[in-house]
Design a protein around this ligand. Structure first.
Ligand code: NAP
Ligand code: MG
Length: 489
């Protein structure tokens, strides 16, 4: 059985308490590895290591071009280990090998390359000063970043924080989700091998309620970057408020995906399938409320459901598998509970709605479709985070917009139409951080991603994310020959 320790100050160390926990492979229900279980003591050591690395260099004082060059070297190392990282991530969280190897890991490395290129483009401004003074701004690293990440895309969502943080010269302490403790440790190991100095990246596994809480309330952490559920986001913000630390929150969603009658129906069906079933529905931006215009409602559902029923669920490491297991037994229970509520509240369960027992001890569920859902039902309001779509009819643009925006969330949204003006009216009207037109769930390193309302705040990715990992310093230099003498001394 493989054992994993915490990664602190460039060293592999056991937990201070000596405690460990088992990491489960969701495809088999078997133990994947034994992992050191950190708590506040381990987090404190990691924060100290990150602080030391930040204050004493060489990372934060390195020439920005050299930092960028080193990050490119790391990216190269990750490309060389793509297969290994993809398999490790699949074993950790059950994503299919196609999802990790073709999407999640390449996307993560692309993010690293994007910010490697940004390292020497982080710059302040010369301000419009009068001739008797000189004013300029510096963009400085914030310091020690505390990153708390979920289990659905551990490496990718870590990289969204790690890459801009490192490019700007910060150091970081990462707390992975307890369901997926391994892949981020392997990422850190490869990054160290590629030359990232000791203490710049630290990883401490452990429970959210102990290690996570300790990191978010630590007085020597300068900023908290969190991705996870809305409920935990509120706890994090409260914890960070004790020290008035800035937080960025990427939280849950119940994103509307809207199909108009003038859309290419075949494309809309295929795109909406990806929108909900990609990563077993465990996607924060999942198009889990699928709005279909009444005039095409029955036709759309027939075509959609027949494709859902042919999705191949199975071993995530088999490249022909289209859907793997859910991440955990606990998550399966959540899904089952929502499916029951959906039926109790009168939605029509058209397909799925049960565990897949034919696949051994893994946490497999069948892709599920509810129709005749109304916007006020629980399954249209609450995030299920599983392969369950709620299909809701609508009449026209106005109806679609008012239903789509009637949610506590505002992460992503989709519109399928061949009418250009309509697509742009909808793009303006949807209250969400991202609007997809004639596609869904796409990501790009250059494009800011984040939510409105209870989906959080702050934007990751793109140039904009660098604002979350730098602080602005203004320098005022007096050039005048007559110096300030207000009191006339
Ligand atoms: P979660 O339960 O909120 O956990 C996220 C992370 O927070 C985990 O590392 C967890 O640790 C930690 N945590 C839990 N309680 C904590 C506390 N009191 N203080 C500090 N940290 C704590 O979310 P999840 O179930 O892993 O992930 C699913 C959720 O993430 C969904 O709601 C989804 O929408 C959201 N998500 C959002 C985005 C986005 O970009 N907006 C992306 C992906 C996922 P443990 O797991 O070890 O307890
Ligand atoms: Mg696991």
């Amino acid at each position: 059985m493989k054992e994993y320790q915490s990664f602190i100050g460039g060293q592999w160390v056991g937990s201070q308490s000596g405690k460990t926990f088992e990491s489960i492979n969701p495809a088999t229900g078997e133990i994947n590895g034994i992992v050191a279980e950190g708590d506040e003591k381990d987090v404190d050591l990691a924060v100290k290591a990150a602080r030391k690395a930040f204050e004493s260099g060489p990372w934060s004082s390195m020439a920005p071009s050299d930092r960028g060059r080193l990050l490119y070297k790391v990216a190269q190392k990750l490309w060389e280990n793509l297969d290994y990282l993809a398999e490790t991530e699949s074993n950790d969280n059950g994503l299919t090998i196609n999802e990790t190897k073709m999407i999640a890991i390449p996307a993560a490395i692309d993010v690293l390359e994007f910010y490697a290129g940004m390292a020497n483009k982080i710059q302040g401004d010369t301000l419009a000063s009068p001739s008797n003074r000189f004013n300029f701004t510096l963009r400085e690293p914030i310091g020690v970043i505390g990153a708390i990440v979920p289990w659905n895309f551990p490496i990718m969502l870590t990289m969204w924080k790690l890459a801009p943080a490192l490019a700007a010269g910060n150091t970081i302490v990462i707390k992975p989700a307890e369901q997926t403790p391994i892949s981020i440790l392997e990422l850190a190991r490869l990054m160290q091998e590629a030359g990232i100095p000791d203490g710049v990246i630290n990883v401490v596994n452990g429970r959210g309620s102990s290690a996570g809480a300790a990191l978010s309330s630590h007085s020597d952490v300068d900023k908290i970057a969190f991705t996870g559920s809305t409920a935990t986001g509120k706890l994090i913000m409260r914890a960070a408020s004790n020290n008035l630390r800035p937080v960025s929150l990427e939280l849950g969603g119940k994103s509307p995906n809207i199909v108009f009658e003038d859309a290419d129906i075949e494309e809309a069906v295929n795109g909406s399938l990806f929108g909900i079933y990609f990563a077993q529905g465990q996607v924060c931006a999942a198009g889990s409320r699928l709005f279909v215009q009444k005039s095409i409602y029955d036709n759309f559902i027939d075509r959609f459901v027949s494709k859902v029923e042919s999705i191949r669920v199975g071993n995530p490491l088999d490249p022909s598998t289209q859907m793997g297991p859910q991440v955990s037994e606990q998550q399966l229970n959540v899904i089952e509970r929502y499916v029951q509520i959906g039926q109790d509240e009168g939605a029509k369960l058209v397909t799925g709605g049960r565990r897949n027992q034919s696949l051994g001890g893994g946490f497999f569920y069948t892709p599920t479709v509810f129709t005749d859902v109304s916007n006020d039902m629980t399954i249209a309001k609450e995030e299920i985070f599983g392969p369950v779509v709620s299909i809701i009819p609508f009449t026209d643009e106005e109806d679609a917009l008012s239903k789509a925006n009637n949610t506590i969330y505002g992460l992503a949204s989709g519109v399928w139409t061949n009418d250009l003006s309509r697509s742009l009216r909808m793009a303006r009207g949807l209250n969400a951080g991202t609007v997809y037109v004639n596609t869904y769930s796409m990501l790009d390193s250059t494009a800011p991603f984040g939510g409105n309302k209870q989906s959080g705040f702050g934007r990751e990715l793109g140039i904009e994310a660098l604002n979350m990992y730098t602080k602005t310093k203004h320098v005022w230099v007096d050039l005048s020959k007559e110096k300030l003498n207000w009191y006339g001394f």
